[in-house]
Ligand binder design. Structure first.
Ligand code: SF4
Ligand code: SF4
Length: 341
């Protein structure tokens, strides 16, 4: 590997998380699925820790102070594993006058028409305006398409046609075209569609972000590059992006799509981001993951992966996992993101 020089820090700028625009409240990282593309490394193996009602209340109180906030969605993991809590969140959002946009679900629970309708009506009556139903080849490894379709069709009846978002519609159509409406492994679905499950079509068809679990479980679908390829790419555009933020069960604020980085907390949503307070995220904002890697090599014994990295985020997550193992970086949370993979 070529020798590189870590840039000297000149006059240091201070950053702050901008006003929050739109985001999600992650009630749990626990999920019925272990999707190969999951950005947040959710799975049945994640601890069963749920956000507490008190923290929901505090989070919504803090969000209510955000002048530019447009709305939030209820997210997971799979939030419907705790319907009582979902109802409490809806009620607390109304109390704090924070608009709820929708509830995200993988529809695993929609096994039966009556149960599906009753649960959706219960949520509608509590004040939920709609649902976002996940549909992809990755979800279909765990959730029969019949459940996905049932959630969409009954959801349209309960909430009205505008109250159901299918994410993503082209994947829904693809799943509809398969011979049966059950589950399919990625390999089975690809065989039926006559595509190579290790081809770039697989992530491209859904717009998979090459981060989170995709860096391992969909690795063969991407071409790897040496770390130098990511030199000069900085991350302010993601880490200071609040158009799709999340607040997790510990009250961590996650900006952009940068899972595993605690930029702030609901107790202070806009702290100063300095090299002292946020050594990892500050470096990522200013210099990007390549320079973070150089620091990790120089100071923490990180060994760059000889087989390369499929994206800047693959590089970033691998370096961060190494740094997390040192136990010295409080920004690198939650632990389950790094230990589950
Ligand atoms: S992508 Fe959604 S359904 Fe799949 S594991 Fe992650 S949270 Fe669960
Ligand atoms: S490289 Fe890291 S900080 Fe940058 S966008 Fe990817 S996950 Fe976020």
């Amino acid at each position: 590997m070529p020798r590189h020089v870590i840039p000297e820090q000149e006059t240091l700028a201070t950053h702050r998380v901008p006003d929050l625009i739109s985001g999600g409240l992650i009630l749990t990282y626990r999920c019925t699925n272990r999707c190969r593309h999951c950005l947040y490394n959710c799975s049945p193996r994640q601890t069963g820790d749920w956000i507490s009602v008190e923290l929901v209340d505090q989070s919504l109180a803090a969000l209510a102070q955000e002048q530019r906030l447009q709305g939030i969605h209820i997210a997971g993991g799979e939030a419907t594993l705790n319907m009582d809590l979902v109802e409490e969140v809806i009620a607390l959002a109304a109390k704090h006058q924070v608009p709820i946009d929708y509830l995200e679900t993988n529809a695993f629970w929609c096994r039966d028409d009556d149960v599906t309708r009753l649960k959706l009506e219960r949520l509608r009556d509590a004040g939920l305006p709609g649902v976002l139903v996940s549909a992809s080849l990755f979800h279909n490894e765990f959730v029969p398409f019949a459940n996905t379709r049932r959630c969409v069709e009954i959801g349209q009846h309960v909430f009205g046609p505008q109250g159901v978002i299918i994410y993503q519609p082209q994947m829904y159509q693809l799943l509809e075209s398969l011979e049966n409406d059950g589950k399919h492994t990625l390999e089975e679905a690809c065989a039926e569609l006559a595509v190579d499950p290790a081809s770039s079509w697989v992530p491209q068809s859904y717009g998979v972000i090459p981060s989170g679990r995709a860096t391992t479980d969909l690795r063969s679908c991407f071409r790897a590059s040496p770390p130098e390829s990511f030199e000069g790419i900085t991350c302010a555009d993601h880490l200071l992006n609040t158009s799709h933020f999340h607040i997790d069960p510990c009250g961590n604020l996650i900006t952009g799509l940068c899972a595993g980085i605690r930029m702030a907390s609901v107790y202070d949503l806009h702290p100063a981001i300095t090299p002292e307070s946020h050594p990892v995220s500050y470096r990522l904002i200013e210099d990007g993951p390549y320079v973070l890697m150089l620091e990790a090599v120089a100071s923490h014994g990180y060994e760059p992966r000889q087989t390369g990295y499929i994206s800047r985020c693959d590089l970033c997550v691998d370096v961060r996992r190494h740094l997390w193992q040192t136990g010295r970086f409080h920004e690198l949370q939650p632990d389950g993101f790094y230990s589950e993979g």
